[in-house]
Design a protein around this ligand. Sequence first.
Ligand code: B12
Length: 213
Amino acid sequence: MTDILETIREMVVGGKFKDIEKEVQRAVDSGTDLNLLINDALISAMDIVGKRFADGDIYVPEMLVSAKTMKQGLDIIKPLLTAGEAEHRGTIVMGTVKGDLHDIGKNLVIMMMEGAGFRIIDLGLDVKIEDLIDNVKKEEADVLGLSALLTTTMPEMQKVIVALDEAGLRDQLKVIVGGAPIDQRFADEIGADGFGADAVEAVQLAREFVAGK
Ligand code: B12
């Protein structure tokens, strides 16, 4: 079990996108726990990649190939996570804030939320405030989920909250935030309703907030 997780981790770190699907499928077929597969193989690979990048051992192109490899691995797991509850629990608008091109974490959160039965409007990455506001209104969102991976794009989250307030929408929905540099303290500071450290916590928050409406 550990071996296959390690193999997958190394494949993502090494950007072996041609072989990743086969290997992830093999792990799934042999009954590997999906949480282990996501956390201990795929996500932990991105942590290694991030560290190597920070240390100057690799550059953006390598990071991109690892990201592509990770996505292809996740694509194999996605149908298994979303096959569950079909019942519609509430609407969540999700997006990575303006200026930020990281969407792997957001996509993972979306997969788990869909699996938990929420209706997701995915606005993608580098999303303008106006697009977030328009969709919150149009889709009658219960929750707005914002993702940011760069310290330089974190302040964008606060701007979104201020804009929601100005549009008179702030009381109608809950705002949840996440991404590697985000923590509870930052979430409190900017007036978000919740912070989730990972996709499981994101789903817990969504359940709590939709039930509490
Ligand atoms: C892959 C990657 C890229 C890819 C992104 C591809 C893609 N489609 O996403 C590419 C190559 C494009 C990229 C580019 C850059 N990157 Co980059 N990247 C990464 C890397 C290695 C992994 C990120 C990742 O996918 N992690 C795995 C996912 C699953 O984790 P996650 O995003 O944190 O998400 C989890 C939680 O945070 C949470 N979550 C996430 N979103 C949300 C939302 C809600 C609502 C909730 C509740 C929870 C939640 O749940 C998720 C699942 O558990 C990180 C290093 C790292 N360890 O974070 C650097 C990193 C984020 N990048 C960094 C940098 C510097 C850059 C560049 C500026 C590099 C450059 N010189 O061009 C550019 C910026 C581009 C831009 N404008 O955004 C730095 C940021 C430093 C900083 N202090 O801001 C990091 C930390 C690397 C480093 N150690 O230096 N990057």
